[in-house]
Write a protein that binds this ligand. Sequence first.
Ligand code: GUN
Length: 304
Amino acid sequence: MTAHIIDGKALAEELRQSFKARVATLTAKGQKPGLAVILVGADPASQVYVKNKVNACEAIGMKSEKIVYDAAVDQQTVLGKIAELNADPTIHGILVQLPLPRHFDESRVLEAIAAQKDVDGFHAENVGALAQGKPRFIPCTPYGVMKMFAQGGVDLNGKEAVVIGRSNIVGKPMALLLINAGATVTVCNSKTKDLGAHTRRADILVAAVGKPKFVTADMIKPGAVVIDVGINRLTDGPDAGKLCGDVDFAACLETAGQITPVPGGVGPMTITMLLANTIEAAEREASARSSSRAGEGPGERGPG
Ligand code: GUN
């Protein structure tokens, strides 16, 4: 039987429409959600991602600010900008596009972002909160995957889940989310011995390895839910220039129970969850302000 194709583009659009009302409510309260995106260098893929993030904000009425530096910029300049954005009340989310040039200490930069504006969920405080099962900000790509499971009625409790990829951006937070949802989780990578023996046990398979068509049909358990996080541009063959996932989609379509396409699967969900996290950050700020204002009322004051 042919797998059900999980339409990330449609789900992303539905969610983005639903965000408009939240943005309008915040804007009316003088708390228009604002996202600042810092890009260092001119990596073409990063340029496209950043442009898409900025456009997505504007499309739903949010404020966005793009800050671009030459690849040779010194780390101190970027840290100075982050400090400025941390203090800016019109900015609720700050994102530094990764990867950074080699002369940067990536964790130093990520730790400089105020945890309450870390809409990527990469700050150690937010990573720790997720590991403890009390997430504050969930990294956008795995958060989008969890929304896709929820929408598709995929029950994760007690399921065998295999994640291929161990990055801080996708693999590790994905594994934590699956653990928190009650799945039995195995984290593999491209060098795992007898990878197929692991993947063939998986009721849920998440491929985030960055290698085109790395997951083949013989690696999939019949009926499995297959999530393809890869976005690879093919360089040769008849499909040169086209995007391709980490999963051999056409071949796996007959074996999987549900599968995400590339493009139109996880990709649109990543930016959608970035918008969700930024709106959430603005809502938290608005409610903190209104409760501190309530605290300043006459009834709450001490004598004098
Ligand atoms: N580079 C690739 N994916 C991401 C992401 O989700 N956030 C950031 N900041 N950089 C990335």
